[in-house]
Design a protein around this ligand. Structure first.
Ligand code: ADP
Ligand code: MG
Length: 408
């Protein structure tokens, strides 16, 4: 009979590899921290805070560095009697507009039981309630909007808030906004007047290289794994794989976590490079499947068009030819097809998700065009699509074609 039994052979503190863990030391970000501290200096000097805009890919330390600096700032601000600092941290990921952000903030600031409903007010009313709450709190207030890109174009709050004091809507509180974005394009898409104020101080966090990831990972492994259960080669491999992909510390930490779990589940005494390889495959498959699941039906059909051309060994292929294949597939599947323009949009979404890569070809008189190919193993894409589209026969044909062409 199998019973639960405590396994503690590999991990000393598994939680240290998880998302929620806040490291007490930040590695490899000295320059960024210095610039960030400069931008925060007015808080300690007692002036109105700067608005700060922080951007970089996921996993490059934006949230970790912000939390680290906020706790330092909070501590140091306590030394000055005339500074009354409040830091309010809001993750905007589940929020898709300024309205929702404002409601969330009002409710954060109000005592339990006095929350407002999430719908039904005109936007300006919610903004006014927010100013009221901020003024009631008073002092210096830093509002951290993490993953702010999720509000998309509904960015009115980012225009209104920085101007509230000069317009007389805020009289007591000195408010600074720290906007954090994973999406480089978010900044450019903002209303130019929003850019002017919100991006008063801009900080960019570049991807980590292999050496930097190696250092971040070594210090973390020190806490998370037992001595003697891993060696430098394992850390180096996780760092190298993550550096080659997106330069994300999150990705490197996930690889190490999963590799160590593989070792533990197999009752192995050490984590090896082959556990890391296994972990990489698992993560890659999860990423692809997750991305593919999020697509709409026509996203799936567009991807299927690329997959079926790839099975024949003919990618990269131009978007026009991909569109023709898509039309065939829609025909066979009995669904109405979309216009070429929409299929283009699906192709660029697939590219953003890291499922396709695109090359730009210049062709003189006819302008530029794109060619697309899969950026994930063919089999991963096939498996994920198979769950979404009910086309058994087509998939077995595709596998046969891919096998004949030696494509995996
Ligand atoms: P982002 O907010 O940019 O997506 P995070 O700050 O969440 O990235 O970082 C991802 C993970 O990597 C977190 O677990 C964080 O603790 C860790 N991390 C990132 N950068 C560093 C660093 N410079 N030093 C130590 N740990 C880091
Ligand atoms: Mg973050």
């Amino acid at each position: 009979m199998r019973r639960f039994e405590r396994k503690r052979a590999i991990f000393a503190n598994k939680d240290a590899l998880r998302e929620s863990y806040q490291p007490d030391r930040i590695e490899e970000r000295d320059e960024e921290i210095e610039a960030y501290m400069d931008a925060l200096q007015p808080v300690i000097d007692g002036w109105e805070p700067n608005n700060i805009f922080l951007y970089g890919n996921t996993g490059v330390g934006k949230t970790a560095v912000t939390e680290y600096l906020m706790s330092l700032l909070q501590e140091d601000a306590d030394d000055y009697e005339d500074i009354d600092l409040s830091v309010i941290n809001l993750n905007c990921k589940p929020l898709s507009s300024s309205y929702q952000v404002a409601v969330e903030l009002v409710n954060e600031l109000r005592p339990d039981g006095a929350e407002i409903s999430t719908t039904g007010y005109p936007q300006q009313t919610v903004f006014n309630k927010l100013y009221e709450e901020l003024d009631k709190l008073g002092g210096t207030i830093l509002l951290i909007f993490d993953e702010i890109d999720s509000i998309g174009e509904r960015d009115e709050l980012l225009y209104e808030l920085p101007r509230a004091r000069s317009k007389g809507d805020l009289t007591e509180a000195k408010v600074g906004i720290i906007g954090i974005s994973n999406d480089f394009k978010f900044r450019d898409q903002l209303d130019p007047r929003v850019q002017d104020t919100l991006c008063e101080r801009e900080l960019q966090f570049p991807p980590y290289n292999a050496q930097e990831l190696n250092n971040i990972l070594s210090s973390r492994a020190d806490i998370a794994l037992r001595d003697g259960t891993y060696d430098d080669a394992v850390i180096r491999l996780c760092a190298a794989l993550a550096a080659k992909d997106r330069g994300s510390a999150r990705q490197a930490l996930d690889l190490l976590l999963l590799a160590a779990e593989q070792a533990e589940n197999a009752d192995d005494e050490t984590v090896t490079e082959s556990h890391v390889e296994e972990a990489r495959h698992v993560l890659e498959r999860e990423r692809v499947e997750e991305g593919i699941r999020q697509l709409t039906q026509h996203g799936h059909l567009t991807l299927l068009a690329v997959v079926s051309i790839a099975a024949e060994g003919d990618t990269p292929e131009r978007s026009r030819a991909i569109y023709n294949r898509y039309l065939d597939i829609c025909d066979g599947y009995g669904v109405d097809s979309l216009a070429q323009r929409s299929v283009h949009n699906h192709l660029s979404d697939l590219r953003m998700l890291g499922i396709l890569t695109a090359r730009e070809n210049r062709s003189g008189s006819r302008g530029n065009f794109y060619s697309y190919e899969l950026d994930v193993p063919l089999e991963s894409a096939l498996t994920a699509l198979e769950d979404e589209l009910d086309m058994q026969e087509r998939f077995s044909d595709l596998r046969t074609v891919a096998n004949l062409n030696g494509i995996r």
